[in-house]
Design a binder for this molecule. Structure first.
Ligand SMILES: [Zn+2]
Length: 225
């Protein structure tokens, strides 16, 4: 299948460069290096815990949850038994914590998850909002980002009340590039990609694809002016 703009759906890595074992879109990588150096001058060590992730990787995560081989959590982070759940209910539960393959901003290489690597190890990091709030190990990083990220072209697309995805104070986006990716994202192309994929419960997903795309791709915090 020939897909228009495959980098928008996690189907191409041609636009990426490697940084510390992670892959980022080229302009994003350059801006990130500048931001990381500026933070380091103020004693904050910005570590990456996730950057580019392709469609297949997202599909593995999705299918593991849909088949019950990976824990499915409710909104209070409690495990849920998938037995007796309908496809619609399972899709709804997975979407609480995981992106539908093809719709993750991590497919773009413009978005990455970061933490303060001086204060917490990747092993101990849970990626929960509390870690980025007062008394959390990444609190100073959060304050620093609030003051400085925009100067380097980064912002938080997932914010309480402003995005379909729950607040993720660790998820940064390089908006000079990602704003174009959002604009170019096409639900019909995504539909074709999913139809040709092995994503579990895709029939259920395809029925609701417009609504899901609206909520999880297009409804994000507005970019800074
Ligand atoms: Zn993320």
């Amino acid at each position: 299948m020939l897909v228009d703009a495959p980098h928008l759906y996690g189907l191409s890595s041609a636009h990426l460069v490697e940084r510390c074992g992670y892959f980022l879109e080229q302009q994003t990588a350059a801006a990130f290096e500048k931001m990381r150096a500026a933070a380091a001058q103020e004693g904050i060590a910005i570590g990456i815990c996730s950057a580019f992730r392709d469609f297949d990787r997202q599909q593995l995560i999705w299918n593991a949850k849909a088949s019950g081989t990976r824990a499915l959590l409710n909104k209070d982070s409690q495990p849920v038994d998938i037995n007796g759940k309908t496809a619609a209910q399972i899709v709804e539960l997975i979407l609480l914590w995981s992106a539908l393959p093809g719709t993750s901003r991590h497919h773009w290489g413009t978005d990455l998850d970061i933490f303060d690597s001086h204060k917490v190890s990747t092993r101990d990091l849970q990626l929960i909002p509390q870690e980025y709030q007062l008394d959390g190990p990444c609190y100073h990083l959060s304050l620093w980002l609030a003051k400085n990220a925009q100067r380097f072209g980064f912002y938080l697309p997932f914010q309480q009340g402003l995005s379909g995805v729950s607040a993720e104070p660790w998820h940064l986006s390089y908006y000079p590039v990602s704003k174009h990716y959002v604009d170019a994202f096409d639900v019909d192309t995504l539909s074709e990609v999913l139809q040709g994929s092995a994503v579990l419960h895709k029939e259920q997903i395809l029925l609701r694809l417009k609504e899901l795309t609206q909520e999880y791709v297009f409804r994000v915090a507005p970019i800074p002016l």
